[in-house]
Design a protein around this ligand. Structure first.
Ligand SMILES: [Zn+2]
Length: 322
């Protein structure tokens, strides 16, 4: 926790970045409109809100997705964005219906986006943190992966791709919340309508890079630990799991192992992920590689967006990745 403490100090003292100031530029409705604009333009699709949908709670909105070229209905999605009692507490995109070919034609995929952003009240609009906005773009990336699929088989539809690639499309789309061009579409002050000033954005970008190297090493450490325990560890051998943790942590990260601690006991991904923790970092490599095309050709380049839709989103897991 000391690392987090000093990082906060650094952010406050060196960068004078005030998250509350940033939030004023990310009002929920503006962000949603901007996100829709980005996704609709890039992927050549149109979202239409369904009036009085049959949904599980009055806060939930429902949309249909149409292809701009054929005007054909492709799929549907739900937005369930605000917290309430007994609701799932994180942010995720859940497939409700997966795309698949049947004798009766293609089953239209439907995905529900579930988030817990601050709910607007009579007196206060819903102001998102920049982290929230990044999460929104990330999870919406999973959503379009599911909704734009053309896989004939459900098992290969949408996000049913290799585990170490599944995060890449979403991670790539996070980039749009860091670019002036896309931000100017929706990062507007909720009172004055002023677009987020360059000075503030530059501070945010500087803050993003604080400790990015040590954080990357931390992720490498988690991935290597996961691998090592998977096939490089003998439970009946002389070495304990904690000794493995200690050795790898000292070897890989800049933070020395602290005697008497057992981070492995709280490392939830060790269980049920099939030694695929490395996939988070590995996906980022693909994500940034794919983004480099948009960086070069323009982040709102519709031709590249459509190409991306055809070769990545529509294909799902139908082709061998490598
Ligand atoms: Zn994700």
């Amino acid at each position: 926790w000391e690392a987090g403490f000093y990082e906060n100090l650094l952010l406050k003292q060196r960068l004078e970045l005030d998250p509350e100031e940033v939030r004023q530029y990310f009002e929920f409705t503006n962000v949603t409109d901007g996100l829709f604009t980005v996704y609709q333009r890039l992927f050549n699709i149109t979202f239409k809100q369904i009036e009085k949908p049959s949904v599980w709670h009055e806060d939930v909105l429902m949309y249909e997705v149409f292809d701009d070229e054929t005007n054909e209905l492709i799929g549907r999605f739900y937005l369930d964005m605000f917290p309430r009692a007994n609701k799932y507490g994180h942010a995720a995109a859940f497939s409700v219906t997966m795309g698949k070919m049947t004798d009766a034609g293609y089953t239209k995929p439907t995905t529900a986006l579930v988030c817990n952003f601050p709910k607007p009240t009579e007196f206060q609009p819903s102001l998102l943190t920049h982290d929230n906005v990044e999460t929104y773009f990330h999870e919406f990336g999973h959503l379009v992966h599911g909704v734009l699929t053309k896989s004939p088989l459900m098992n290969y539809a949408g996000t049913s791709v290799a585990r170490d690639f599944v995060e890449a499309p979403s991670q790539m789309l996070e980039n749009w919340v860091w670019q002036k061009e896309s931000l100017s579409l929706f990062a507007k002050h909720y009172n004055t309508g002023e677009v987020i000033p360059d000075e503030l954005l530059n501070k945010m970008l500087a803050a993003k890079n604080v400790n990015s190297g040590t954080k990357a090493l931390q992720q490498v450490f988690y991935g290597v630990l996961d691998f090592t325990l998977h096939d490089g560890f003998d439970p009946d051998g002389p070495q304990t799991i904690t000794e493995v943790v200690s050795f790898l942590q000292n070897d890989i990260t800049f933070y020395p192992y602290q005697e008497g601690t057992h981070m492995e006991a709280a490392f939830g991904h060790l269980n049920g992920y099939g030694a695929a923790y490395y996939g988070y970092k590995w996906s980022e490599v693909y994500a940034q590689d794919m983004f480099s095309i948009f960086e070069k050709e323009g982040i709102m380049n519709e031709e590249e967006g459509l190409r991306y839709r055809r070769i990545i989103l529509e294909k799902g897991g139908t082709e061998e990745p490598i």
